[in-house]
Design a protein around this ligand. Structure first.
Ligand SMILES: [Zn+2]
Length: 106
């Protein structure tokens, strides 16, 4: 585990931050990049994806591992996000007048 702040946050929750000198952060960022997804769609590593890997001295396996870890965080948080959305919906509904609740179905 890296001692990078963005890596620590990404390990604890869904996190968007990336610190470019950190190789783990670079792997996470590349896993979210257009060249990565274009390569997945093409079914092969495209030149722009290989260039990214080479520029950051990373392997495809490191990027896939970073992607898996990010997805596990997303999946772990899905239930929490659904509960938070329901709470927000209920809080919003409590502010509506009865006729607006009927109109919006809340
Ligand atoms: Zn990092």
């Amino acid at each position: 585990m890296s001692d990078c702040t963005d890596c620590r946050l990404a390990a604890a929750r869904v996190w968007h931050g990336h610190f470019w000198p950190c190789s783990n952060c670079c792997a996470r960022a590349i896993a979210r990049s257009l060249p990565f997804w274009s390569s997945r769609r093409a079914g092969k590593q495209l030149p722009e994806y290989r260039a990214l890997l080479a520029a950051h001295k990373l392997t495809h396996e490191q990027v896939l591992d970073a992607r898996r870890r990010d997805w596990l965080q997303c999946l772990a948080r899905t239930d929490c996000a659904a509960q938070a959305a329901q709470s927000t919906r209920e809080a919003y509904a409590s502010t509506l007048a009865p006729e607006h609740k009927r109109a919006t179905g809340l």
